[in-house]
Write a protein that binds this ligand. Structure first.
Ligand code: GLN
Length: 496
């Protein structure tokens, strides 16, 4: 039965519809594989096997009714397992956000993204590891231990959605949800050799996503291919009255071109010089240029573009994101959220609860953010950062008058060793140098495998598009994946 976990998503959908196997058998196959392989990887923080089997049985019932009675074909996601980053609420399931302060928090409701995927019949396997409150690029900031990269267990999977990325890479779930505030879907997708989509800001409801940087946060998805990710995106996207920043726009359905070599004729792809920097791993640079050549062979016109304010993205992000985080995390005070640490006076309750239960990176962000927002510094730091953010957004607006897509590396290097950046927060922050600008501009991005380095570690390319043009990202990534097989490679975990 374990071979069920090796089928492609379309094979699984077909098999379920024909009744060749059941959703229960599929969920059991994944749970069995998780039990066997996850102790070495630590991708899941909470498993929900009972819930999964109940949901799978419901899916099997719907499938059997459909086989008997006919009618419209069910959702391609009906009965398909899903892993959920432990920062998105699933009703009745512990949601830790990788933090001790929410060790026992059980949300009474579903995030809208989760609710919509449940509506489509997906089966939730459990909650995946994350850096504490999604602050980090390696999962090393999780209070519950690091996740290991399935391609090399001594290396990080990236972060903050490292548990979800590694779970898909290791075949522990066919699809997984993540969140991306500064790169937390695209960077781990790149480091784990899977496809990861960050939608346009406002495209997917943030309701039930525990807030980090509210003007940057977006729910994204991991899968083995762009076509797989597109299915989840189509279900979870769209306006939601529970999130005032969600946008009322139709969500175009991506219909993968069935031909073996779809064409990118008519698309212009820009390559910004600012994203090929000294210090990046030469093998990454070479692989990205190679991938861009393939896009050209598929019919795209390649041309240089400039995003002149790119160098300011990192400092701007590290003012805006911590400022928003310091406000969002004020609620974890032992009164509203968090187990109250006993003390004589109120201020000591706050001090002990926050001092003892937040990890060092979260405290660092709260201090940076509080400082940037404080009287006398607000204009010089936060206000200034907002202005430069506008310039970064205008860079993208300008570039997208010339090209349809922008192609860059997703990360400057492949997966680094666990502990390699542990004592140097700044070197960790540099990991997201190529992904942060899209969050500041609000535009969508997709990362997917474009080769391997000499150590056998995956390399990821990133495509970005103008706001609400996710379908262009899917089209280009799908065409690339029809022409190459990097995305079909799997780490050899069975021996371990
Ligand atoms: N690594 C970045 C940070 O630490 C981005 C994290 C994210 O996208 N959630 O803030």
């Amino acid at each position: 039965m374990s071979t069920l976990t090796e089928l492609s998503l379309s094979e699984v959908t077909t098999g379920l519809r024909h009744g060749n196997f059941s959703s229960r058998e599929l969920a059991q196959a994944y749970l069995e594989r998780i039990e066997r392989l996850d102790p070495a990887l630590h991708t899941f923080l909470t498993l929900t096997p009972e819930l999964a089997l109940v949901q799978a049985d419901q899916a099997d019932q719907l499938l059997s009714d459909w086989r008997k009675n006919g009618g419209a074909a069910p959702s391609p996601l009906l009965g398909i397992p899903l892993a959920v980053k432990d920062i998105l609420c699933v009703a009745g399931v512990r949601c830790t956000c990788g933090s001790r302060i929410l060790e026992n928090f059980i949300p009474p409701y579903n995030a809208t993204s989760v609710a919509r995927l449940r509506q489509a019949g997906m089966v939730i396997l459990g909650k995946t590891n994350t850096d504490e409150f999604a602050m980090g690029s390696s999962t090393e900031n999780s209070a519950y231990g690091v996740t290991h990269n399935p391609w090399d267990l001594s290396r990080v999977p990236g972060g903050s959605s490292g548990g979800s990325a590694a779970a898909v890479a290791a075949g522990l779930a066919p699809l997984a949800l993540g969140t991306d505030t500064g790169g937390s879907v695209r960077q781990p997708a790149s480091l784990c050799g899977v496809t990861g989509l960050k939608p346009t800001y406002g495209r997917v409801s943030r309701y039930g996503l525990v807030a980090f940087g509210s003007s940057l946060d977006v729910v994204g998805v991991f899968g083995h291919s762009a076509a797989d990710a597109a299915l989840v995106f189509a279900q979870m996207a769209g306006q939601d009255t529970l999130d005032a920043t969600s946008v009322e726009l139709p969500v175009p359905e991506f219909q993968p071109d069935a031909s073996t070599k779809p064409s990118l004729y008519g698309l212009r792809v820009g390559v910004p010089g600012e994203y090929f920097i000294t210090g990046m791993q030469p093998e990454v640079e070479a692989a990205i240029h190679q991938a861009i050549t393939i896009l050209e062979e598929l019919g795209a016109v390649i041309q240089p573009v400039s995003l002149p304010h790119t160098q300011y993205a990192l400092p701007v992000y590290y003012l805006i994101a911590p400022a928003e985080a310091s406000a969002n995390l004020a609620r974890y005070d032992g009164v509203r959220y968090g187990p109250r640490q006993p003390a004589e006076v109120m201020w000591d309750v706050f001090r002990h609860t926050r001092g003892e239960l937040f990890g060092p990176e979260v405290k660092r962000r709260i201090m940076l953010g509080t400082y940037a927002l404080s009287a006398g510094y607000y204009d010089a730091y936060y206000g200034q950062a907002q202005k430069v953010r506008t310039l970064i957004k205008r860079d993208f607006d300008q570039a997208f008058t010339q090209v349809n897509l922008i192609a860059t590396p997703a990360t400057p290097n492949t997966a680094f060793r666990i502990g390699e950046h542990a004592d140097d927060p700044l070197s960790m922050y540099l990991e997201d140098i190529f992904t942060l600008p899209a969050n500041l501009a609000g535009v969508p991005g997709i990362a997917f495998p474009a080769g391997f380095d000499s150590k056998g570690l995956p390399i990821g390319i990133q495509l970005t598009a103008a706001s609400f043009q996710e379908d262009l990202l899917f089209r280009a990534a799908h065409a690339y994946q029809q022409a190459t097989d990097w995305h079909t490679r799997r780490p050899s975990l069975n021996q371990s």
